[in-house]
Design a protein. Structure first.
Ligand code: AMP
Length: 359
């Protein structure tokens, strides 16, 4: 049994106003908690469903302090929230996961160094701090290889695939960062992710690995559970739990991995927050990833991760959202729209989870 730290009625602060904050707030409301969002702009997806909002830049210290004063505990919904903002809030109120974890996850070099240090396999990588270092690393790795900016990368942003045709100068400019990481190209059989929730008492609840299909580096489809061998799935879950334990995480963590033809698992990325590949858990599992986060934050026991359906989750990216009516005509589909008014190519506007009853 874990000691309940925050009883229903308390206010959870969410740094970031996107759809992950929105779905966390919806889960929190169901358990009787209130949410207060801190976001850079008005009418964000999270604000639309929260009780209160602070609208300010993440660099606005006074606003961060006002936010901290108004909440009982805080979390973040996106790993590119400046860690300094999370630290400011944590000086006044508990922030979970710990801001130090945010610092690891938002820097691809620190992230991979951390993973290697705890014995987890990753793609081979080199730090590249300038053009000559990139040229050296390109020679060492051969082609193809993947250059990524160390910071502020997500959904393939700041990422360039290098071939023998690529000129180092152009790749460096396209990457757009001051510090990069060159990774060996992984010829994977499939990509999977595992979401693990970890409570204040160290108890873990791990969802089965799911299979992720990307289009243009953005998640397009998640197939749950992943179509991989049971033994591979067990190893993947063990890896996710190991990472959560070594981070001393309280909250929810997504661990993205490549599965090679030989069945080896290489961790690509970790995200210490609910994850797009876990959206299926809302409709298909007894407890969603968002409810697990609320439970972990508040010191409630974690819920069951049993899934009563298999599922295929498809993101509604950009103009795909116009097809939202189709989902309503399918009795096994659950439509989720994020309340974003401006459609941009590749922007995550909503998702549809199609449930597949167990036979
Ligand atoms: P990331 O921004 O690291 O999550 O990468 C986005 C997507 O790019 C991944 O989900 C993969 O499909 C692909 N990718 C990233 N790194 C590599 C790599 N080292 N080798 C092959 N594909 C990669």
């Amino acid at each position: 049994m874990s000691a309940i730290v925050l009883a229903p009625g308390a206010t959870i602060g969410i740094l970031g106003g996107g759809q992950l904050g929105r779905m966390t707030a919806l889960a929190a409301a169901r358990l009787g908690y209130r949410c207060h969002v801190f976001a850079g702009e008005d009418d964000s997806p999270a604000q639309q469903v929260c009780d209160a909002a602070t609208i300010a830049e993440f660099s606005d210290h006074a606003a961060l302090e006002r936010f901290a004063a108004a909440v009982d505990i805080a979390t973040f919904e996106f790993e590119n929230i400046p860690a300094e903002a999370a630290r400011r809030v944590s000086a006044l109120k508990t922030v979970l996961p710990r801001p130090e974890i945010l610092e690891i996850a938002q820097d691809r070099l620190r992230e991979k160094d951390f993973l290697r240090a705890i014995g987890i396999d990753t793609a081979s990588y080199r730090e590249v701090s300038d053009l000559p270092a990139l040229v050296r690393a390109m020679r060492e790795f051969g082609y193809p290889a993947v250059l990524k900016s160390a910071r502020m990368g997500y959904d393939g942003k700041g990422q360039v695939t290098l071939t023998s045709e690529t000129r180092a100068e152009e790749a460096w400019l396209e990457m757009g960062g001051e510090l990069g990481i060159l990774e060996g190209f992984v010829d994977f059989a499939c990509e999977i992710s595992v979401i693990v929730a970890r409570g204040r008492n160290g108890a873990c609840a791990t969802y089965p690995p799911v299979e992720n299909q990307h289009v243009g580096h953005i998640l397009d489809t998640t197939i749950a559970p992943a179509r991989i061998a049971a033994e591979t799935a067990m190893r993947a879950e063990a890896i996710a739990r190991h990472v959560a334990e070594k981070l001393d995480l309280v909250g929810v963590l997504a661990v993205e991995m490549f599965v090679t033809e030989a069945g080896d698992l290489l961790v690509n990325e970790i995200a210490p927050r609910p994850h797009n590949s876990g959206h299926w858990t809302i409709d298909a599992c007894i407890t969603s990833q968002f409810e697990q986060l609320v439970r972990a934050l508040c010191g409630l026991p974690l819920g069951s991760v049993i899934h009563h359906f298999d599922a295929v989750m498809k993101n509604l990216l950009g103009g795909d959202v116009e097809k939202w009516r189709d989902a309503l005509n399918d009795p096994l589909a659950k439509l989720h729209l994020y309340g974003k008014t401006e459609i941009q190519p590749g922007r995550k506007m909503g998702h549809v989870t199609r449930l597949i009853p167990h036979r």
